[in-house]
Structures are given as structure tokens and as C-alpha cells.
Ligand binder design. Sequence first.
Ligand code: BGP
Length: 465
Amino acid sequence: MSFPKKFLWGGAVAANQCEGAYNEDGKGLCTQDVTPHGIVGPRTEEPTPDNMKLVGIDFYHRYKEDVKLFAEMGFKVFRTSIAWSRIFPNGDEETPNEKGLQFYDDLFDECHKYGIEPLVTISHYETPLHLAKTYDGWVNRKMIGFYERYVRTIFARYGKKVKYWLTFNEINSVLHEPFLSGGIYTEKDKLSQQDLYQAVHHELVASALATKIGHEMMPDAKIGCMILSMPTYPLTPCPDDVIKTMESVHKNDFFGDVHVRGYYPGYMKRYFRENNIEIKFEPGDSEILKNTVDFVSFSYYMSICETADPAHVKGKGNLMGGVPNPYLEASDWGWQIDPQGLRYVLNYYWDRYQKPLFIVENGLGAVDKLVEKDGVMTVEDDYRIDYLQKHLLQVEEAVEDGVDVMGYTSWGCIDLVSASTAELKKRYGYIYVDRNDDGTGTLNRYKKKSFYWYKDVIATNGESL
Ligand code: BGP
């Protein structure tokens, strides 16, 4: 068994979780600047010092050092996002911020210096705050126009430097975290299903429009969607559980289905009918949706179970809950670890879509301890190596099953601020960053044991697994 020859090995981050410099060089405020405690806490009116994302890991100033370390590991690809609020500080102005544009020019140049291909998420859990407050984010159709201006700007600027693009990070997560994912300012519990799904429609149209424009402006580009994948198993073989599982899987498949097939699936139309949701389509929307993606990318951390029995309590999950699986262990944050689920989901998407697949997030969030070994500071993160190895072996199985897998970028290849909890103590990286949740730390970088392990995996194209 082996990985494809041109397999894109690498790592992934998102601007708002690592860059810091939240108010430098003309950047506007974004939704992340007012969520000091991630999705677990309330948002604030202004940025507050307890918000770890304001400094992040200072990637904005230290990216050269970091990209060099990625290159040392042998990365072929580096996934990051562009902070929309660096390019259009308010989101609805006509002229972009040149200093923001320059930063990503420099970052992508730095990647190319080492032969690393950037993989860019256009919108990763970051919306200019002004758009959230003034327009209620994606609930408002005007967002399509603002997003269009933004993508035209970045495609024109980086079209020669960036080949791989993702339109929205975990686009399906807006159903669970409307503010974080969709810049929707209305409180979650006050948001109607009507408005929520109308926002989804606007994002889907915007995503297809970006794909169309991208193909026109950059004929060699590959543009993909990005889905939060969470294989969902029936808790029991009871047909009620099986059907309930199918229905909950449909809620997620809706996003991939529209991106790949180019139209709304029947099961969703039924859901809308039965829940009195009427999606407003403007003339031309159906045509735009036909601009389908080149590949399907997704995050994978865990699987969940579903049951029709309301007596079961939901467990903790990656944004969406789920009934715990009695056969699986969980991480310190309650995310159930299921390497085989990755083979399952790869086969599932391949069977469903017959499009190349890209695993753009996977990894273990854990508490790491910096120790001295042979005079060098490091982290002995065998638990992380174990997690990643087991998952990568399942990727290999899927390749053997005949699935077309383009690449793998593990999440948080360098420690960064967690999206759900906004903590730094939940670490994913191969590189340890000395920064703590009380704001202390030198911000120095240290290679963990997994750094050398991953370097070896890449160098041998997976043979060393
Ligand atoms: C995904 C997000 C990422 C990332 C990851 C890990 O949902 O796309 O931004 O952070 O999950 O989650 P967390 O940071 O909450 O551990």
C-alpha cells in the first residue's frame, strides 16, 4: 500500500487563530476579536485583553520563522486563510487595504521560496464585525456582493501564487454556530430557522459564484468546498435510529450535495416544506449554483452516534454534539477518537461525489508539557503521534479502497488558539509555542517529538507509518 506520488502533505491554520496583530496595518475588527471565550462564552462589545486571538501566536510577525519550520518538515502544502477584515476592514467599502494585501503577498512568496503550495481558505470563521453588526452577516443577501468584491480582489492579486482555494471553512457549521461561522449577529436562540437557512442559501450562492469567478480569472486554479465531516452511526440497529441517523446526515450532506451536484436535493426541499421554511431564490441563483467545485475538502476529528430515543444525552463534539459511541475513547475535550471513521468518511464522500478529496483538518487537541531533553526544550507528544499515525493508516486504507485523496493537512501544525474554547492550552501542533492562557510566555517556538515523526512520514511518502 502506498500514498499517491504527488500526495500533498502539509499542515493547516486559520488567520484568526494564529496571526494576532488584530488592529495592525489597517485591519478592521472581525467577529473573532469580540469572542474572548470562543463559542462557550458571550461576545463583548469591544476587544478585551483576555481574548487570546488578539495576539494569537504572533504569526503576523513571525511567519518567516514558522514557514521555515514547515519547510524543514517537508511540507508540500500549507493551508491558511485570508482575514477578510485585513483586506476590507469594514467589509462593505470599495477600496481594499493595501497593507493587508501586501501581508499575504509576502506570506505566499515565503511559502514558494521553499516550494510550499499555499491552500487558501477565503473565509475561515472570520467576518468583518461591521458586516455582522450592520447587516446581520449572511442573513442579508447583500453579503453575496461584499464577498464577491472580496474574492475578485484576492483572485486578481494572488491568482498567480495560489492554486488551491476553499470558499468557506466548514460551511455546514453555520447551522450550529451562526455567529462564528456566518457572522450572524442575532443571538442563536433568537434566530429563526427561516433566517438561518436563508443565510445558508446566500453562502451557497456566494460559494458557487466564487467558484465561477475563480475559474474565469484563474483557469489553472482548483476550487473546493470545505465541510465539517462527522460520520454519524445509528446508536442501535433499530430502524427508528437508522432513519433518524439518515435524516441528521442529510442535514450535513446538503452542503456537499449542492456544491458537487449544483442543485438543492429533494430531502432538503421536504425539510423546508415540512418546517414552513421558504428559501428566497433570486433569478439566476439556480444557474449560479451549477458552478460546481473541483474537489471536496473536509475536516475530520471524530464520529458520533444518533438515536431516535430522546432519553439519550448529547455529548461534546466539534461544534455539533452527538450521542457518545460506547466503543470509543475520547480526547481530554470529550471528542471521541475514531480513526476508522476517517476511512469510512473518505469512502462515503468518494462513493457519493466521485470528486478528489482533500483532508484539510485532522488532529488531536491536547495539553502539552514542555520538557528539557538532552539540553533541548521539547514536548514528548507520543499521544499525538499515536492519534495521527492511526488516522493516516486509515487514509492509506482508503487509498487502497480506490478513493482519490489529494492530500492531508493536519490541523494546527503549529500551536494556535482553539476555535471552540479560545484557549491556548488545547494544542495541536508539531511546533510548541510558548504562550499561555494568562498571556504569559516568550512566544518562542520549540519542535515537539511529533515534528520529527511527521518529517519522516513526509520524507518517506507515508512508508514510515
Ligand atoms: C474546526 C475549525 C478549526 C479548528 C478545529 C479544531 O472546527 O475549522 O478552526 O480550530 O476545528 O477545533 P478547536 O480549535 O475547537 O479544538
